[in-house]
Design a protein around this ligand. Structure first.
Ligand code: AMP
Ligand code: MG
Length: 342
């Protein structure tokens, strides 16, 4: 299959493809989504095939209007309505109980609940409105790989497997939405994202954080969380800057004759670039927003380095506020491995 790169002014081409049951990736403020008509089961099945995604991992239903959510849900609690009025369109996904048999089990992973989001991207809102039905939109990458933040990342992973990609430039936020579950008495954050715990509590009061985000051994509530995620091929190890062990890590790798890559803030990159094979700057001025924006593209860039790297050291940030989401993705990309000085 020929994968078309579609410019925003040619959106009608993308609309026709979706209406014909094909897959089209679309830009959002978080990462690129792999779009299919959420009401067309055959189209939704293709999403799992193209991504190589396990079929018990449910999909997020992307809407362009709040009223669409009401068509599918059984109950839209007041606090859930309040939070979406505040943060939609934006990087927040809500989970609600759905009406029976309205959504395919391939959308819900066979659960009685579904995830909904309204992305903050003008092109994609127009796209969904023109299609006239909600779209499923998991990240448009091969399952397990770093999420795509540009149309080129999508093309790299899915060329030949999907009909089109709408090129809307680089995703601003760079990591996936915060997932907030409203099916229990107290809402629970299942996945941290750019909308923080504190921002949510400021609007609707107390919310919990899924236990497995705190304790690695807990079985996760969100099915998708148990799979290998966000990982490049190269081995990733995290470097805790507060322990000042960059030097030790690089010396250890040199002792083992490993080809080293560094993904870190400008000061670290400047200090070590002459000692390693490849570097990529996460942030110029040590800003977490910028590090979040760059994390996945940096992982991809260094993973493609020729000759291949043996190890990639990535900078950690203290786990508070936005850095909770950054560290959640980085820990998975690194398989939880921190460099430990011997
Ligand atoms: P992705 O499609 O890669 O952005 O991932 C979607 C995330 O939302 C995954 O972690 C899913 O497991 C989670 N998710 C989607 N629907 C549900 C649901 N009904 N209940 C719990 N988690 C969900
Ligand atoms: Mg994903």
């Amino acid at each position: 299959m020929d994968t078309k790169i579609i410019q925003p002014q040619d959106i009608e081409v993308a609309v026709a493809l979706i209406q014909a049951g094909e897959l089209v990736a679309f830009p959002t403020e978080t990462v690129y989504g792999l779009g299919a008509d959420a009401t067309n089961e055959a189209a939704v099945k293709k999403v799992y095939q193209a991504k190589g995604r396990p079929s018990d991992n449910p999909l997020i239903v992307h809407v362009a209007q709040l009223k669409t959510v009401f068509e599918y849900v059984d109950n839209f609690p007041e606090n859930a309505q309040e939070i979406v009025r505040k943060f939609w369109p934006g990087p927040l996904t809500i989970i609600l109980p759905v009406k029976k048999d309205r959504l395919s089990p391939f959308v819900t992973g066979g659960l009685s609940t579904a995830a909904f989001r309204m992305p903050n991207n003008e092109i994609t809102l127009r796209f969904i409105n023109k299609v006239g039905v909600p779209l499923v939109g998991p990240s448009a990458n091969t399952s397990g790989r770093p999420s795509p933040t540009t149309a080129q990342h999508v093309f790299h992973d899915l060329k030949g497997k999907i009909a089109g990609i709408i090129d809307g430039g680089a995703a601003e936020v760079g990591i996936e939405s915060t997932v907030l579950d409203f099916t229990e008495k107290t809402p629970i954050i299942l996945r941290p994202g750019a909308i923080t715990h504190a921002q949510i509590e400021a609007v609707i009061g107390k919310v919990q954080v899924d236990k497995h985000l705190v304790e690695a051994s807990e079985t996760p509530k969100a099915p998708g969380m148990k799979y290998k995620h966000y990982a490049p091929d190269v081995e990733v190890q995290m470097i805790d800057a507060t322990k000042q062990n960059w030097q030790a890590a690089i010396e250890w790798a040199h002792g083992k004759k490993l080809a080293v890559g560094v993904l870190a803030s400008k000061t670290i990159v400047t200090k070590y670039q002459s000692e390693v094979v490849a570097v990529y700057t996460l942030t110029e001025h040590n800003q977490i927003e910028e590090a979040m924006h760059t994390l996945f593209s940096g992982l991809r860039k260094l993973d493609e380095h020729q000759p291949a790297l043996d190890i990639l050291f990535v900078e950690t940030f203290a786990e508070q506020g936005l850095a909770i989401a950054y560290m959640n993705r980085l820990k998975k990309a690194a398989g939880q491995k921190f460099f430990c000085a011997q």
